[in-house]
Ligand binder design. Structure first.
Ligand SMILES: [Zn+2]
Length: 76
């Protein structure tokens, strides 16, 4: 089990840093419809910025307990 620091975006594997830059460059209102996909399961993910207890990573928009990439608890 691991957290995701890469995703697929239009067929390309990109880093969390790149995804955050893409999201930050997107127009407000379109950010939640960006087509980031999980590398393991292909489900939609979104980039999450680093917090006090977690590095930047991707989380599934809809939690996927079957996926090898875990969604860290959102307790921060
Ligand atoms: Zn996944």
């Amino acid at each position: 089990m691991t957290i995701a620091n890469q995703c697929k975006f239009f067929g390309h594997i990109i880093s969390i840093e790149k995804a955050l830059a893409i999201r930050n460059a997107a127009k407000p209102g379109t950010r939640n419809s960006l087509a980031f996909e999980c590398l393991k399961c292909g489900k939609p993910v979104r980039p999450h910025i680093a917090g006090d207890r977690c590095v930047a990573h991707f989380v599934h928009i809809t939690r996927n307990p079957q996926c090898q990439f875990i969604d860290p608890p959102r307790d921060f």
